[in-house]
Design a protein around this ligand. Structure first.
Ligand SMILES: Cc1cc2nc3c(=O)[nH]c(=O)nc-3n(C[C@H](O)[C@H](O)[C@H](O)COP(=O)(O)OP(=O)(O)OC[C@H]3O[C@@H](n4cnc5c(N)ncnc54)[C@H](O)[C@@H]3O)c2cc1C
Length: 519
C-alpha cells in the first residue's frame, strides 16, 4: 500500500516524485512505461535529433489523417523514458505569456500564482531577479556560444522594428534574441536528471521502469490503485502524469470518459465524463530553408571529418560548440498585426537545415527559419481506438481549422521571410531553398503550410481544469484520482511548454502537501 502512485515519470511525474517524497512519511510509487534514461544522446543537447523517431525511448505516435493538411498524418514523438518528453525535447526554455495563465480563469492558477513556481523550479545561471530563481532543480542557462548567423538574424529583426529582447521570460516576451536552454555544462537537464535523480536516494520513493499501467482500479467511484504488468498496486491516491495523450487514454481505458466511446469499445463505465480527451491543442509549425552564401552552418561542419572531430573535441573538452545547441538558437516573438497587445507568432532560427526532422542535414550551407503560432484556436481530440492499452489512441489535431490560426501562420511566415531578406541577414543568404520564389501570395503560403506543416510538440488540455479536473486537479466525480501534466492546462501557453508543465507540477505538489498537513 503506497500513499501516492504516480503514473508516468515525465516532466510532471518526476517533479511530483521529488517534491512529495520530501515528506519522509509519504510512500510514493512512480511507474514509468519506458526505460531508465541511459541512452547517450539524451544527455547531449543536440542529441535530440537522434531521439526523434519511434524507439524504445519514444512512443512515436502518428495522428489520424489531418483534414486541413491534405489528409497527411503528423508524426508525433513523445518521450517514453525517465524524464518523459523532457528527456527527448529540444531544451528551449520559454514560459509563455502572463495573459495565458490569467486567461485560464481558474482561481489560484493566474500568472502571479504560478510565477513563484517557475522561480522555485529554476536554477537560472544569470542569477536571481524579480522573474528568475536560483537553486532550483531545473538548470536554465544561455547557450555556451553565440553564432554569427544568429547575430545577423537578430540584427535584421531589429532593423524591421522588432525590439531586442535578452530575456523572453522576463518583463515581456516580445522581441528578438537568443534562447536559453534547460542545460548546464553541455548536458541536458531533464526532470529525470534535475528532480528524480536526487530523490531516488530516498527510502520512501520506489521507481519502476518498463512498467506500463494498463488500468486504474476503482472501488465504486474511488480509485484504489493501478494495474501494471498483471499486478495490482494499491494506493491512497493515484496521480496520472502520462502526458496529454496517455492520461486521457488511460482514463478512457479505465471507464472514465465519454460514455458512447467507452460503450463502443466494450469498456465498463465507471464515470461518464465527456471532456476526457477533448479540447486537444497544439502549436502548429512550418519550416523554411535557406541557402547560405558562406560555409558557416552546421551543415558545413557535418561535411568535413576534420570539422566533425573538432566539434567533438570542443564538446568533450570545453562543453562548447554545436553539440550544445538546442532546437532553437535565436528567435523572434512577434505580433502579426500591430494592433495586437502581445505576440501571436514565434519565429525559430537555427544554423542548420534538414528536410526531415531528425534526418541527415542538407549537403549545402543552409539554415532554417520556422514559424509557429502562439495562441491556438483549433481544437482536436484524443480517443481510444481499442480497449487494448498497447494500441495508440486516435489523435486528431484539426490544425488550421480556425481562420485566425491560418492567418497567423501566413503572416508569421511572411515576417520570417522578411527577416531573412533584410540586411545584415541578406548578405549571408544565397537564396530561399524551400519553399522558394514559387510561394508569393497568401494562398501560396497557406498551401505551403498544408503541405509541410507539422507539430512543434506542445499538446495540452485533454483533461483540462474545469472540465475534467477541478482546480486542485482532482478528477471530477471521482475520489482519490488526480491528473497532473500538460493535459490539465486549459489552454496551451504561448511558447514552448516544458517550463509551464513543471510549474504546474510544482504547484500541484504544494496542493497535495497542504492537504496532508490539513489531515
Ligand atoms: C520532440 C519534442 C521536443 C520538444 N521540445 C520542447 C522544447 O524545446 N521546449 C519545451 O519547453 N518543450 C518542448 N517539448 C514539450 C515538452 O517537453 C512537453 O510538453 C512536456 O515534457 C510534457 O510533460 P508531461 O509531464 O505532460 O508528459 P511527458 O513528459 O511526455 O511524460 C509522460 C510520461 O508518462 C509515461 N507514461 C505514459 N503512459 C504511461 C502508462 N500508461 N504507464 C506508465 N507510464 C506512462 C511516458 O512514457 C512518459 O515518460 C517538446 C516535446 C517533444 C516530444
Amino acid at each position: 500500500m503506497y500513499d501516492t502512485i504516480i503514473v508516468g515519470a515525465g516532466s510532471a511525474g518526476c517533479v511530483l516524485a521529488n517534491r512529495l517524497t520530501e515528506d519522509p512519511s509519504r510512500r510514493v510509487l512512480l511507474l514509468e512505461a519506458g526505460p531508465r534514461d541511459t541512452h547517450l544522446w539524451i544527455h547531449v543537447p543536440l542529441g535530440y535529433g537522434r531521439l526523434f523517431t519511434k524507439s524504445e525511448v519514444n512512443w512515436g505516435y502518428e495522428s489520424e489523417p489531418e483534414p486541413a493538411l491534405n489528409g497527411r498524418r503528423v508524426f508525433t514523438p513523445r518521450g517514453k523514458v525517465l524524464g518523459g518528453s523532457s528527456s527527448i525535447n529540444g531544451l528551449v526554455y520559454i514560459r509563455g505569456q502572463p495573459e495565458d495563465f490569467d486567461g485560464w480563469g481558474i482561481p489560484g492558477w493566474g500568472f502571479a500564482d504560478l510565477l513563484p513556481y517557475f522561480k522555485k523550479a529554476e536554477n537560472q545561471h544569470r542569477g536571481a531577479d524579480d522573474w528568475h530563481g536560483t537553486g532550483g532543480p531545473l538548470e536554465v542557462a544561455d547557450l555556451p556560444d553565440k553564432h554569427e548567423l544568429c547575430d545577423a538574424f537578430i540584427a535584421s529583426a531589429e532593423r524591421l522594428g522588432i525590439p531586442r529582447n535578452d530575456d523572453f521570460n522576463g518583463a515581456r516576451q516580445e522581441g528578438t534574441g537568443y534562447y536559453q536552454a534547460t542545460a548546464c555544462r553541455g548536458r541536458r537537464c531533464s526532470t529525470a536528471t534535475g528532480y528524480l535523480r536526487p530523490a531516488e536516494k530516498r527510502a520512501n520513493l520506489t521507481v519502476r521502469t518498463g512498467a506500463l499501467v494498463t488500468r486504474i482500479v476503482f472501488e465504486g467511484k474511488r480509485a484504489v490503485g493501478v494495474e501494471c504488468q498483471g499486478k495490482i498496486f494499491t494506493g491512497r491516491e493515484v496521480i496520472l502524469s502520462g502526458g496529454a495523450f496517455n492520461s486521457p487514454q488511460l482514463l478512457q481505458l479505465s471507464g472514465v470518459g465519454p460514455g458512447e466511446l467507452l460503450q463502443r469499445h466494450g469498456i465498463p463505465m465507471v464515470h461518464d465524463l465527456p471532456g476526457v480527451g477533448e479540447d486537444l491543442q497544439d502549436h502548429f509549425y512550418a519550416r523554411t530553408f535557406w541557402r547560405c552564401s558562406r560555409p558557416i552552418t552546421l551543415n558545413d561542419d557535418m561535411l568535413s571529418l576534420w570539422r566533425k572531430a573538432g566539434m567533438l573535441a570542443n564538446y568533450v573538452f570545453r562543453k562548447k560548440g554545436p553539440l550544445t545547441i538546442s532546437a532553437g538558437y535565436a528567435a523572434a516573438f512577434v505580433r502579426t498585426r500591430p494592433e495586437l497587445e502581445r505576440p501571436d507568432a514565434q519565429i525559430y532560427f537555427i544554423n542548420f537545415s534538414t528536410a526531415k526532422r531528425g534526418g541527415v542535414l542538407h549537403t549545402h550551407s543552409g539554415f532554417t527559419c520556422a514559424v509557429s503560432q502562439l495562441q491556438v484556436e483549433s481544437r482536436g481530440s484524443v480517443r481510444i481506438k481499442s480497449a487494448d492499452p498497447t494500441v495508440q489512441p486516435a489523435i486528431r489535431y484539426n490544425y488550421l481549422s480556425s481562420e485566425n490560426d491560418r492567418r497567423v501562420m501566413v503572416e508569421g511566415l511572411k515576417v520570417a521571410r522578411k527577416i531573412c531578406t533584410t540586411a545584415p541577414m541578406r548578405d549571408y543568404v544565397a537564396g530561399e531553398y524551400y519553399p522558394g520564389e514559387k510561394v508569393k501570395s497568401d494562398e501560396d503560403w497557406l498551401a505551403f503550410c498544408r503541405e509541410v506543416g507539422e507539430t512543434v510538440f506542445h499538446p495540452t488540455s485533454t483533461c483540462r481544469m474545469g472540465k475534467v479536473v477541478d482546480s486542485r486537479l482532482r478528477v471530477l466525480g471521482l475520489t482519490n484520482l488526480r491528473v497532473v501534466d500538460a493535459s490539465v492546462m486549459p489552454s496551451v501557453p504561448s511558447g514552448n511548454i516544458n517550463a509551464a508543465v513543471i510549474a504546474v507540477a510544482e504547484k500541484a505538489a504544494d496542493l497535495l502537501r497542504e492537504e496532508a498537513c490539513g489531515r
